[in-house]
Design a protein. Sequence first.
Length: 101
Amino acid sequence: MTRTNKREFQELIKRYLHLTPVQRALIIEMDTNSQKHLALLAICKVYSFLRDFIVEVVREKFLSLDFQLTDGDYLSFYNRKLEQHPELEEFAESTTKKPGR
């Protein structure tokens, strides 16, 4: 197993273990679309930064019927979080500026 594969496998296990026993049992019975939704829930349980982005930005955009996420939306969110969590400054630039942002 390569180093990358091992890291990816560990990430999947971490996310899986954050699901409740009921959610773990359901994931094998669900259709693909529902599995993707449950996978996103697991990711949000593990990564509060992503959860906050979805709750604070994506939800508000959805409620206002604005279905376009922009770089500005992300940067505004990131800068707000930076004020609350200075440790974000320690993230590598490659982490905070992934392609597509």
